[in-house]
Design a binder for this molecule. Structure first.
Ligand SMILES: C[S@@+](CC[C@H](N)C(=O)[O-])C[C@H]1O[C@@H](n2cnc3c(N)ncnc32)[C@H](O)[C@@H]1O
Ligand code: SF4
Length: 417
């Protein structure tokens, strides 16, 4: 990167951080509005894992079968409540934690979702211990896309992320993946790049193994270090002297030039809008489950993080929201622009029509700078992205997620987690 590019990246990261800090004003008088929108997506959170990984800030608890079964029971109650409020969803994204941690309970829940809502697509996340062929067969006709966290095929990194003992070494992971890929329509391998001290050799080895396994999708997340995880990452890895994010991203994009890019960090054999970034493909979504976020009508709503509170709220108030943040129309347009930019191009007319705005005017000097510096180029009312623009989008989305972790941090502290 040259000096100008470095300045653009630093300025943009700082800008989004400050913007989000200003917006995060939590309000507690929660009321969910009934709104049966056709294109709304349903997100379900399964907050359980057997053990925890060094870098992971997602909302989760240690798995206990009885706790998990009770959780699924309450979750299904919440889904029935959403249905009775008039909600209708065509897409379901199940995230975690480990969504397949109790396959039987998950299957009953997916069956209920299909009965209640006209759901056409279901995506789930798993770890490598829950992709057993026989278990996956149970989900045929239910799960359309399964992403499996692998993170790295390097045993040293697996050990430092606390995943080696839990999920096996590189050879064992490859064996598990070989058996699982192909059972469900789309299988995605999730990897993380830019761990401290990761070198080009490790990165290229990860790319080559992932490609040779031939899944439909491969997602390469840049390592995100938020307040919740940065100490643990530094304790296990130490502080890398050099940040290789840009260099490694360039290598990844070059190595995946024969793939379609779904967004800044996801690659498919065929272009697929159904990827891990539900936030970027669906601008409005409703979250069910403990710690789930919903975004609708300019509001980010937050469900109770504490499992007992979640259960109590569903049973007494029939609504698990404990807090919300208000956003202005301008904020929503910024957010929609970021997610479209992250997906690779922005259709000006479509965005103007959907949000009754003039996006070019809205972006003002930022748009002029992007075009003047040849970071984007607009043709036929489509803002097209260059390689550097995609890297910029990756940095901005990473910053967005790191800042979302500040909310998780706040609610985790509130329940002494
Ligand atoms: C919510 S996790 C669930 C995956 C599953 N439980 C597992 O561990 O295999 C989904 C994916 O997000 C990515 N992820 C989680 N924390 C991350 C971080 N700090 N930086 C980059 N990617 C991260 C990982 O690739 C992970 O597989
Ligand atoms: S990465 Fe997956 S298994 Fe590890 S703690 Fe996070 S959700 Fe759990």
């Amino acid at each position: 990167m040259n000096l100008l590019q470095k300045s653009i990246i630093s300025y943009s990261s700082y800008y989004i951080k400050k913007q989000l800090e200003k917006k995060f004003i939590l309000k507690n008088d929660v009321m969910i509005e009934k709104q049966a929108s056709k294109d709304t997506m349903l997100y379900i959170h399964i907050p359980f894992c057997h053990t925890f990984c060094t870098y992971c800030s997602f909302h989760k608890f240690a798995y206990e079968e009885s706790k998990c079964k009770q959780y699924f029971k309450i979750l299904r109650k919440e889904l029935e409540l959403l249905h009775s409020l008039g909600y209708s969803f065509n897409t379901l994204y199940v995230g975690g934690g480990t969504t397949l941690i109790n396959e039987e309970e998950l299957l009953i829940t997916l069956q209920l979702c299909k009965k209640l809502f006209p759901i056409k697509e279901i995506s789930c996340e798993s770890d490598p211990n829950h992709i057993d062929e026989n278990k996956l067969q149970m989900f045929k006709g239910y799960i359309d896309r399964l992403s499996c966290g692998v993170q790295s095929f390097n045993d040293d990194i697996l050990e430092k992320t606390s995943r080696l003992a839990k999920f096996g070494n590189s050879k064992q992971l490859i064996k598990k993946l070989e058996k699982a890929i192909g059972i469900l329509p789309t299988f995605s391998i999730d990897l993380i790049f830019n761990f401290p001290f990761e070198n080009e050799e490790i990165l290229l080895n990860n790319i080559n193994i992932a490609k040779s396994l031939n899944p439909e999708q491969i997602t390469f997340y840049p390592l995100m270090k938020s307040n919740i995880t940065k100490k643990a990452i530094a304790a296990k890895f130490g502080q890398g002297a050099k940040d290789n994010e840009y260099l490694f991203y360039k290598i990844i994009c070059d190595e995946f030039s024969d793939y379609k890019q779904n967004n800044a960090w996801s690659f498919s054999k065929n272009k697929n809008s159904f990827n891990d970034e539900y936030v970027s493909t669906h601008h409005e979504y409703i979250g069910a489950g403990s710690g789930a976020f919903s975004f609708q009508n300019n509001k980010l709503l937050i469900n109770a993080f504490c499992l007992d509170e979640y259960e109590k709220l569903i049973n007494t108030k029939q609504n698990a929201n404990i807090s919300y943040i208000d956003f202005t129309n301008e904020d929503v347009i910024d957010y929609v622009f970021l997610s479209e930019f992250f997906s690779g191009s922005v259709d000006i007319n479509k965005l103007n029509k959907a949000y009754n705005c003039d996006i070019i005017k809205h972006l003002g000097i930022n748009y002029k700078a992007l075009e003047f510096l040849n970071i984007t180029n607009t043709k036929n009312n489509i803002i097209n992205t260059t390689f550097f623009a995609r890297y910029l989008a990756l940095v901005l989305m990473k910053e967005f997620y790191i800042n979302m972790d500040k909310l998780r941090e706040h609610f985790k502290k509130a329940i002494n987690q």
